[in-house]
Design a protein around this ligand. Structure first.
Ligand code: GLU
Length: 551
């Protein structure tokens, strides 16, 4: 067989060579920073535009982003759209927007209206000629051949292999017929318009390969012996071929991807070897799991809304909280670092592959909520306002209008209990903030909790009447509290809760009941921030009005 002739027959339109591609995508000129221990890393994420962006995409993006940016390298976005059956219109912008929402910043790659960077195109379907240049080279070397097996034939082979409990695929005797076609036979088939795919000639050599995975250590597996597909019948590559060509030409130093790709590793290594290229450092990440009862299971798209990144956006979970939460799952020492550095930006944490675990990563939403409360409690009032407002603009227009109308009051309210060593941890998500903060706006104010049992209707009325007479809005919080204590006593309640506990029959209740009464009147709830602070955020008029309603 004249392989050069075969290559021309299959790819007459390809006039570029391997060497042309090497020139077009040269080695990257990366800064050699003396302050950094390792070479600059070039990393990427390669999401498929299926319309569903999942937490795993962000999980891998964070690793890749950290590795690149901590080392002064490059992080890029490549859209892996070779499987057009899975593609959904608008899915590329969904990926781009989700990553932007979560503050994942790319240095290059696909952008909404095209590409940014010198190693593009960054959408695989637009790289067809690049892949075919390398496919043509493989044919010239006698390492790839056109295969005319129809779908029916392939499925008959699969049935036979299933029955005989053999490996599923095209190899050995199953590949013989198409491997051994003559040039005339190939010409005839192509002349008749028969469809073909391009297959790699796997070797039937049954030894092992060993690859050092940066997370898992040495992976040993049988060498590939399959005649796997390089190009599908429309000339578009499979993931395997595209991955090898792209990560070589785009000069990725690390490939961070899910562990579901481990079984395909022998194929990738075979291709890198065939081209004589160094393969990138592989980092196969653990599958995201969830605890159900006492056992862990994989997060499922069908059952678990939290697998979708949109869930975190819709719930209004702050992007910083999601980052911190994922960093916590990714690096076992993050939590310790956070305790030691409560006010540092999480980007100051130095992420390492060595600290990653390779067993299932547990996504625990209660833990996330807890992280989120901490993250928000550390923000200043203006930052909380801005982030909450941004979220409302997209997901809660009514609140966006309220926050605009009452901007000053809202910021004043957010200042209550903020700052200092032990800030309040009331706000968990932007969605929940709309509920929690609702009492600051008359439009949303409602009485949620009931008055304490210890305070009947008459007592409430008399107490509030006296309260309004006695309290001066200009009292500072100490003077105010002194008056509350006096009223407590006058109404037969214990100023010290422990006195009431000791002898309940001697009192109507304690100061706790009195302050609860004030909280319910002012905020509608018994669990609310400091009463004096709330009163001063609401302003004299509104506070008086809320209390007068009970008189
Ligand atoms: N397109 C692949 C996926 O969506 C990406 C794998 C990779 O990063 O190489 O799973």
């Amino acid at each position: 067989m004249d392989y050069k002739e075969l290559a021309e027959l299959l790819f007459p339109h390809i006039v570029t060579t391997r060497e042309d591609m090497e020139k077009r995508f040269p080695e990257r000129d990366l800064p050699n920073r003396a302050d950094l221990p390792n070479r600059a890393n070039v990393t990427r994420i390669g999401p498929s535009p299926t319309g569903f962006v999942h937490l795993g995409n962000l999980y891998n993006a964070i690793i890749a982003e950290r590795l690149a940016h901590q080392s002064g390298g490059v992080f890029y976005l490549r859209i892996e759209d070779t499987d057009n059956k899975r593609e959904v219109p608008g899915a590329v912008s969904t990926v781009i927007q989700s990553m932007a929402y979560f503050g994942v910043n790319f240095d290059e790659g696909a952008v909404a209206d095209g590409d940014h960077g010198a190693y593009g195109p960054y959408r695989q379907r637009q790289r067809k000629d690049i892949y075919q240049t390398f496919a043509k080279w493989l044919v010239q070397q006698g390492k790839a051949y056109p295969c005319f097996l129809s779908e029916e034939e392939v499925s008959a082979i699969r049935d036979e292999q299933n029955e005989k409990k053999e490996d599923i695929g095209i190899y050995g005797k199953y590949a013989e017929k198409n491997r051994n076609l003559t040039m005339d036979e190939i010409k005839e088939k192509i002349g008749c318009g028969e469809k073909w795919v391009l297959r790699f000639k796997g070797s039937l050599n049954s030894d092992y390969i060993a690859v050092e995975d940066a997370i898992r250590g040495k992976l040993e597996m049988p060498r590939n012996f399959h005649d796997f597909i390089l190009l599908k019948s429309d000339g578009i590559p499979t993931y395997h071929f595209a991955h090898v060509v792209d990560d070589h030409l785009m000069r990725s130093t690390h490939v961070i991807r899910g562990e579901e790709w481990i079984p395909s590793l022998p194929i990738h290594i075979e291709l890198f070897n065939e081209f004589g290229w160094e393969h990138p450092i592989y980092c196969h990440t653990a599958t995201l799991m969830k605890l159900e009862g006492n056992s862990k299971r994989k997060l499922s798209k069908r059952k678990d809304p939290e697998l979708a990144l949109s869930f975190y956006q819709e719930e209004g979970i702050s992007q910083d909280a999601v980052w911190e939460f994922l960093l916590m799952i990714l690096n076992s020492n993050f939590e310790e670092w956070r305790i030691a550095n409560p006010f540092s930006d999480y980007r100051e944490f130095s992420f390492t592959l060595e600290k990653m675990s390779n067993s299932g990563a547990l996504v625990d939403l209660d833990k996330l909520r807890d992280v989120s409360k901490n993250v928000i409690s550390r923000m200043d009032a203006n930052e909380v306002y801005e982030k909450w407002f941004q979220w409302c603009c997209k997901y809660n227009e009514e609140y966006a209008a309220l926050l605009t109308k009452y901007k000053d009051r809202t910021i004043a309210a957010l200042k209550v209990g903020r700052g200092g060593e032990k800030p309040r941890r009331d706000i968990e998500t932007w969605k929940q903030a709309c509920q929690f903060m609702s009492f600051y706006y008359d439009e949303k104010f409602e009485i949620v909790d009931t008055m304490p049992e210890e305070c009947d209707e008459n007592l409430v009325r008399d107490f509030f009447k006296r309260y309004l007479e006695r309290i001066d809005y200009n009292d500072d919080s100490t003077a105010w509290f002194q008056k509350v204590k006096e009223l407590t006593e006058e109404f037969g309640f214990a100023v010290k809760p422990k006195d009431y506990k000791k002898d309940p029959s001697a009192y109507k209740g304690s100061i706790v009941h009195v302050t609860n009464m004030l909280r319910v009147a002012l905020t509608g709830r018994s669990n609310a921030p400091d009463i004096w602070d709330v009163t001063h955020v609401l302003g004299e008029e509104m506070a008086k009005e809320r209390i007068s309603k009970w008189c």
